[in-house]
Design a protein around this ligand. Structure first.
Ligand code: GAF
Length: 382
């Protein structure tokens, strides 16, 4: 939908003109999975798929939300009084923008009411951070429209993460919101979560005759939300058992000694994944810096094996897609995101793209696939 049509859509819902429109992307994570809440390294990039928000302020303490993507019970305008917002009180998709507004106000920013109309091309449930895109576009639009100065993109991402932790009740790390807020076109973002140092790493696949496929399995296993919290708690227990602040503090070279000091197999598996995954981020970074992009393939594949065998967050559909792609000639394949469903990323030679995609589609007919490149981070449209 064009910008003009998006503006008309806002007018059709709210009966007046929007003051502006913003966009924030979904992401794929190239490498560095389940490392963010261990103070570790991640390397996501923004998808060209994004969530847009057309917004106009209100002065009556009311937040009205509408999404072009929602139908049935979730459809229509959701109307909330700002004074009534409190953690755990808002249901459905509207809890994400409500959480952002509540968190910004709790942090002392003078954010008032608004009418917001959204639309999105980020596949929902694909592990591609559609909720982070929704949070970040809301935070950016509300802060800019209400004249809030001096909030960096990273701070905005931290506020969005906090909104999800506190208001929505999901103990996520900061990777997805940072990716949506801070990524830039043509780059992957290396984020060292301890200290939050960022580096934009050039990632131009087409120039090297490569393609990256995103294969959304369209499954999400029901226990995913509870399992995430348990995994995070397990990692924290392992760090505590080792007398460390976070698993980030286990050196790759000291991994065997750390494993020997842990009390049970589960904590050993979680630790081995986090420590080797942080190491894989460094390996990918070095290879990209050296212009040896093809060689990241086996590192991605090793990351999948670690998520499957050690962290145990893969599922049969993700494994099937990754194995099928590799058997059909892909350079590397791994699940991306939290796991228990969602998407696999597949690195292929341009010449092999069609054959690999066909093999994956035959193995898992429900799969939704697209080739992608790093798109822009969140920005104002008009
Ligand atoms: C989800 C979370 F939201 C992220 O913070 C991250 O932990 C990811 O799972 C796993 O790497 O997307």
């Amino acid at each position: 939908m064009t910008d003009a049509a998006f503006e008309i859509a806002f007018k059709n819902v709210f009966g007046r003109a929007p003051e502006g429109a913003w966009s924030a992307p979904g992401r794929v994570n190239l490498i560095g999975e389940h490392t963010d809440y261990n103070d570790g390294h991640v390397m996501p990039f923004a998808l060209p798929h994004a969530t847009r928000a057309a917004v106009a302020r209100r002065d009556d303490g009311v937040l009205r939300l509408h999404s072009a993507n929602m139908e049935g019970e979730e459809g229509g305008v959701v109307e909330l009084r700002i004074a009534d917002l409190a953690p755990g009180t808002t249901g459905g998709w509207a809890r994400y923008p409500a959480a952002v507004l509540w968190t910004l106000r709790e942090a002392g920013y003078p954010i008032g009411g608004a009418d917001i109309h959204y639309d999105s091309t980020v596949p929902v449930g694909g592990g591609l951070s559609s909720s982070a895109a929704l949070q970040v576009v809301t935070a950016l639009a509300l802060t800019e429209l209400h004249g809030v100065q001096g909030v960096s993109r990273q701070e905005l991402a931290l506020l969005c993460q906090s909104s999800e932790n506190t208001y929505v009740g999901a103990p996520v790390g900061v990777m997805d919101q940072t990716a949506s807020a801070c990524c830039t076109e043509g780059h992957a973002l290396h984020l060292d979560v301890r200290g939050l140092a960022q580096r934009q790493v050039p990632f131009d696949l087409a120039a090297e005759g490569l393609r990256l496929l995103v294969c959304d399995t369209r499954v999400k296993h029901a226990h995913a939300d509870g399992a995430y919290g348990e995994l995070r708690a397990g990692c924290e227990a392992a760090a505590a058992a080792l007398g460390l602040t976070a698993l980030r503090d286990v050196d790759f070279d000291g991994l065997d000694a750390a494993l020997a000091a842990l009390p049970d197999d589960r904590l050993r598996r979680l630790t081995r994944h986090v420590v080797t995954e942080n190491h894989r981020v460094e390996e990918v970074l070095e290879l990209l810096d050296a212009g040896r992009t093809r060689e990241i393939g086996p590192v991605l594949t090793a990351g999948h094996a670690s998520l499957r065998d050690d962290f145990q967050v893969s599922c049969p559909e993700l494994d099937l897609v990754a194995d099928t792609a590799l058997a059909a000639g892909a350079l590397g394949a791994r699940m991306t995101g939290g796991g228990f469903g969602g998407s696999v990323i597949v690195l292929v030679e341009e010449a092999d793209e069609t054959a690999v995609a066909a093999a994956v589609a035959e193995a898992l007919p429900q799969v939704r696939q697209f080739a992608t490149v790093p798109g822009p981070g969140a920005h104002r449209l008009w």
